[in-house]
Write a protein that binds this ligand. Structure first.
Ligand code: ZN
Length: 259
């Protein structure tokens, strides 16, 4: 693995535009359960109950959502970024990250210090809640606190009493158009695309590395299991992101300093 780490650091050092793409595997090391894996959330909850359509159409369904958020399974203020998040943020600080595309909804990349405008969130962000009527945004934590303090089952907008919906993308909801457009653009225009902790199954997010390859970029995959794009990758590192990325960063810094 040491040799692969060194090779990846070399590739990053030589590349002009590096895009990093992260999935659930990066967040699991911060204690956030992977939804789709065995023992994941969707074995305890029925995903068909959590669709966008059901959320809009029924107050009962919204109550269930808020109970779920209160449980802290998904959004907990105790969740902290891990070494992989910090290493990616540091890549940006040393000028070696064009942008980050993520399937994660937990805000941990921003918490690790990556500027918000460098994070493209294909599946939204569960740390924020938006009023569907007036558009007012509130941190999810605050809404959950209000639920507990006022003992309400379904919180409404304080300004206009519209329905409050977390900004994470629900089942049956389309992906945020701007994020999708930006992600597609950056994927087409990079020369190195690094996938970290994604099995590349959920589309259209998983199309991004294909766009990069089509445009001539090199693909590197760091993941614990295989992906449908493994045969297209220049390199595959089967290891934990939190163990690999800090080492890659260290080597990268050495190489840049030696130049
Ligand atoms: Zn409102």
């Amino acid at each position: 693995m040491e040799e692969q780490i060194d090779r990846l650091a070399d590739m990053i050092a030589r590349s002009k535009r590096v895009v990093v793409f992260t999935g659930a595997g990066v967040s699991t090391e911060s204690g956030i359960p992977d939804f789709r894996s065995p023992g994941g959330i969707w074995e305890q909850y029925d995903p068909s109950e959590f669709t966008y359509q059901r959320f809009l159409s029924s107050a009962e369904n919204r109550k269930m959502h808020w109970q779920f958020y209160r449980s802290g399974t998904l959004v907990s203020k105790d969740t902290k970024p891990n070494p992989a998040h910090y290493a990616i943020a540091e890549m940006y600080r040393i000028g070696k990250l064009d942008c980050l595309i993520t399937q994660n909804v937990d805000n941990l990349h921003q918490q690790a210090g990556l500027p918000e405008e460098k994070v493209i969130e294909l599946h939204g962000n569960m740390r924020w809640v938006k009023c569907l009527k007036c558009g007012k945004r509130t941190p999810t934590d605050e809404v959950v606190k209000r639920i507990e303090a006022e003992n309400v089952e379904e919180p409404r907008c304080e300004k206009c009493s519209g329905i409050l919906k977390p900004e994470g993308v629900f089942f049956g909801e389309s992906l945020p158009e701007r994020a999708l457009r930006e992600a597609t653009h950056y994927s087409h225009n990079c020369d190195l695309f690094i996938v970290i902790g994604s099995t590349l199954i959920v589309t259209p997010a998983a199309y991004m590395p294909s766009y990069a390859i089509q445009s001539g970029a090199k693909l590197v995959i760091i993941n614990l299991s295989s992906t449908p794009l493994d045969h297209e990758a220049t390199m595959i590192i089967e290891a934990k992101a939190g163990e690999v990325m800090p080492k890659v960063l260290e080597r990268l810094k050495d190489k840049l300093n030696r130049k």
